[in-house]
Design a protein around this ligand. Structure first.
Ligand code: NDP
Length: 681
């Protein structure tokens, strides 16, 4: 008997007392593993996540969490052959496995990198700028994201057991939430192997990842207001979860990614022989056959201009005829099996429903013509292309979760957009066109109904990742029928898991809360220039207030000649006098900023290593010859970089004139050594 899958629950591997049910190889029908619906104590798992995993995770900064994700991605990369070998048993070809295994690991790498580059080395995220709430500047507001002291329950579909798990785990982990993963039973053996590899690595703090290799009963019963559920699967199950009392009345957040009748639109500008025609045909065939069409983003509806239907169908049929279907262990096979015989039955049922208003344009609904002779026990199905009759409703309602697409015709872009919208909200759409007006009209029409829209043409095709690939940096999810949830999208997905609050306070106390100096908060002028202080010595609020410097007409003329910026407002007194904003010669903004640098700098070698940019530069009051400017530079934020002997210091810079009016405000970004003299020196 094959091994019974185990759950990783409350710090140990749990094995059910019964023998479970067999999980079969999708292509050969042999038993791969056994799965018991009797899982571990879910209440204990939730407690473990809350009491052990969550606190350990939230003690780490975003950068530390990101470093763990990166280490994990490297660890899984070194072990992916083992995952590949097991993945074939799900019916996946090596191309499908790349999407699942490499795609999942790539998502970890992407979040590791985003976490360091786009999140602070802190445990809270500031959202937007400071809001001044009173005239005197003593009462200010700031939006702030904090981690919830809860649990992220992730219920995954059968089709991508590795990617589906890691794409949910990575943003939740960065957000400080421990995860309980519930894989779909059919392919749970692959998810279990990936979790074993993760747990064995010891990289993730205990309690931050638990696996429920068991039935879902009671999974939501223990959840409360700080917890969330991210679900991928059928609209039917989504409906059950939506009606759970803890979701309806208990404040549990539910994100759903369910059925999606994605479409691809062939632009009316495209003719046979155009590069876009081939791209369209290739795209549809790829989406029908990758993972045997068991992809939430696959193209189910093929929208073409009426007169092009015959030509498109011929081209699709010619290409589909070359797709060899069979056991994915055979290197000649291009399309493997569906995940299970049960899943194939579901697809056949959907095809029967579609055929009420559609003809078969290519393929055999009975699924003959396999490459391998012995296909009796495998969940094989050959690609099937249907052509809908005018007015058909089924293609917009029935999702065949397999290698099946339906061609529909449109007359004019308005109808194409209206047909796309009849899917009632989808994950992804594509429009294949080289016409800017078609691209603009179709994208603006489709976007409210879709989470992602690809515009494909000859220029981006070489680098395009295709219609069906969710990317970690782009939003994955869709409105309406697609579930209304949003996953991925870079840091957006991290913030989805966190709580945004508006904090109102005085500048001093807001500085204390956020760890970032707030305009109006106390400043300290240390007895040494702050540029002489290492990262270890610098404090938020350390300030240098410069002496004033008078800007002369010669300064402005010199800067104009030296840089070549001889714009009339700096060089031509008569023309400048007619400028409604200046009324005479003014200093270049960049001259003001350059002079300010000269005023605040401490030039000798010291802990400040480099200036790597400015943020939010605004020129507020024109500077004229004779004006005296001064600058105040204040340490706003200190971010040590892990793994480097320096960190980032963000300085608040305010340049004022002799009347105290601000002429320029910005943040100066520098790299400062952690110790000085450097320890190595
Ligand atoms: P299901 O909705 O049946 O299962 C999805 C996940 O939900 C599985 O992990 C399943 O566990 C779990 N689950 C089932 N019932 C409950 C419950 N009452 N409470 C909590 N969790 C539950 O979908 P399938 O994976 O079986 O796929 C069926 C159809 O869903 C496909 O044919 C396709 O139409 C659609 N689908 C859509 C996807 C998308 O992203 N748009 C992706 C995959 C599927 P268990 O396996 O143990 O039952």
């Amino acid at each position: 008997m094959s091994p019974l899958l185990e759950s990783y629950a409350a710090g140990r591997w749990f094995r059910a007392a019964d023998d479970g049910e067999p999980l079969l190889d999708a292509a050969t029908g042999e038993e791969v593993a056994r799965f018991s619906g009797r899982g571990p104590d879910i209440a204990a798992m939730v407690r473990h996540a809350r009491e052990t995993g969550g606190p350990a995770l939230r003690a780490l900064t975003f950068h530390e969490r990101a470093a763990l994700l990166k280490a994990l991605a490297k660890h899984l990369t070194a072990r992916k052959e083992e995952l590949y070998a097991l993945s074939v048993r799900t019916g996946a070809t090596s191309r499908d496995t790349m999407v699942d295994v490499d795609g999942g690991i790539g998502t970890l790498f992407s979040y590791a990198s985003k976490g360091v580059r786009e999140l602070p080395n802190d445990t809270v995220v500031l959202d937007g700028g400071l809001e001044r709430l009173g005239k005197g500047g003593t009462f200010v507001g700031q939006h702030l994201y904090t981690s919830r002291p809860g649990v992220a329950v992730q219920i995954n579909a059968f089709n991508f057991p590795v990617w589906g798990m890691l794409e949910k785990l990575a943003p939740a982990f960065l957000a400080g939430l421990p995860s309980i993963v519930k894989p779909a039973a059919q392919t749970a053996y692959l998810a279990e192997l990936a979790v074993r590899q993760i747990i064995e690595s010891g990289i993730l703090p205990e309690g931050t990842l638990q696996l429920l290799a068991g039935g879902p009963a009671g999974l939501l019963d223990e959840l409360t207001v700080q917890d969330s559920v991210a679900f991928t699967g059928s609209a039917h199950t989504a409906g059950i979860l939506r009606r759970h009392p803890n979701v309806l009345d208990g404040g549990v957040r539910l994100g759903v990614e369910a059925d999606s009748l994605n479409c691809s639109v062939l632009g009316p500008d495209v003719r046979p022989g155009d590069p876009e025609f081939d791209l369209f045909v290739k795209g549809v065939v790829t989406e029908m056959t990758v993972k045997a069409g068991q992809k939430c983003t696959a193209i189910r509806r093929v929208l073409v201009p009426g007169p092009m239907a015959g030509t498109v169908i011929d081209a699709l049929a010619a290409r589909l005829a070359k797709v060899s279907v069979g056991d994915p262990r055979n290197p000649d096979v291009r399309m493997g099996a569906l995940a299970s015989l049960g899943q194939r039955d579901e697809v056949r049922k959907a095809v029967d429903a579609l055929r009420a208003t559609a003809e078969v344009a290519f393929g055999d609904p009975a699924g003959a013509a396999l490459l391998d002779g012995d296909a009796e026990r495998g969940a094989f199905m050959t690609p099937l292309l249907l052509r809908a009759r005018p007015g058909a409703t089924e293609p917009h309602d029935v999702e065949p979760f397999g290698p099946v697409s339906t061609v529909l015709t449109y007359d004019g872009l308005d109808e194409a957009i209206a047909l796309a919208a009849r899917g009632k909200g989808s994950l992804a759409a594509s429009v294949v066109t080289h016409d800017p007006e078609v691209a603009r009209t179709v994208v603006r029409g489709l976007a409210p109904w879709h989470g992602r829209v690809l515009v494909l043409d000859r220029d981006d095709a070489g680098e395009s990742t295709g219609h069906g690939s969710p990317l970690p940096v782009l939003v994955h999810g869709g409105p309406g029928r697609a579930g209304g949830g949003e996953e991925l999208g870079g840091v957006r997905a991290v913030l989805h898991h966190m709580q945004r609050s508006a904090v109102q306070a005085s500048p001093d106390l807001l500085t204390a809360v956020t760890g970032r100096w707030t305009a109006g908060a106390a400043r300290t002028e240390p007895d040494v220039h702050p540029f002489r202080r290492s990262l270890a010595e610098l404090r938020i609020g350390d300030t240098i207030a410069s002496a004033p410097r008078t800007v002369t007409l010669e300064d402005i003329g010199h800067f104009a000649e030296f840089t070549g910026d001889t714009f009339y407002a700096h060089t031509d007194a008569e023309a400048a006098a007619r400028n409604p904003l200046f009324g005479g010669i003014v200093a270049h903004g960049y001259l003001v900023v350059s002079l300010a640098a000269g005023l605040f700098v401490d030039p000798a070698p010291g802990p400040v290593l480099a200036n790597f940019g400015v943020d939010a530069l605004r020129f507020l009051t024109p500077v004229k010859a004779g004006d005296a400017i001064a600058v105040t530079l204040t340490v706003k934020q200190i971010t040590p970089r892990s793994g480097a002997d320096y960190g980032e210091v963000r300085w608040d810079a305010v340049v004022t004139n002799q009347d105290g009016a601000p002429v320029a405000t910005y943040d100066v970004l520098t790299l400062v050594a952690k110790t000085w003299p450097a320890e190595s020196a």
